[in-house]
Ligand binder design. Sequence first.
Ligand code: F6R
Ligand code: ZN
Length: 200
Amino acid sequence: MPSETTLPFTFNIVPSLESILDKYDNHIARNLSAMKGQYQDRAAYEAKLTEDDPVLYEVYEVSRPPVAGELLMGISIVRPGKVGNEYYMTKGHFHTVLETSEMYYCLRGAGFMVMETPEGDWAVEALKPGTVLYVPPRWAHRSVNTGDQENLVTFFTYPGNAGHDYGTIERQGFRKIVMDHQGNPEIADNPRWMPADVRR
Ligand code: F6R
Ligand code: ZN
């Protein structure tokens, strides 16, 4: 497996609607039930969950040893859909080692990367096929699919030692949210967001 070798290796992004990898050793699928507390419209979230627990996004990853100097790579596929007026999105996280970065390359679909720092700075960047996004050290990140029907597919790479801190975002979400406003994506303030020093 690529994760075990110390020799150079290749893999391919299979051009299809899914754009999955022809080699991977980690597959994550996250369902609606994994997003408790993240969507603004709690009633819409609960109502949807009583009907079904759909997969909102999947990750196919080529793992590497969890050490500085290594790079993990993979594909993230966020499905189209909404909870209330809020688009399907990833959980989002800070890297446990805050001073690590990440690179995303958008292959398919349309959406945004919502980002913020522990100091409260924020940024929201549009993603479309061909967009390369650099997420600098310290910036938490969440992908949002604003497409009606298409998956949002991105290729990413980040340092092997980065780790994932989901807890901070699970508690208070991101400072900005992306909502469907009369058929168009709109970036709005998250009414539940509080600065990091208030959270603790
Ligand atoms: C890795 C990274 C991406 C995400 C993926 C799923 O550091 O940022 O591979 O892991 O887009 O999102 P999360 O991890 O937030 O569920
Ligand atoms: Zn990351």
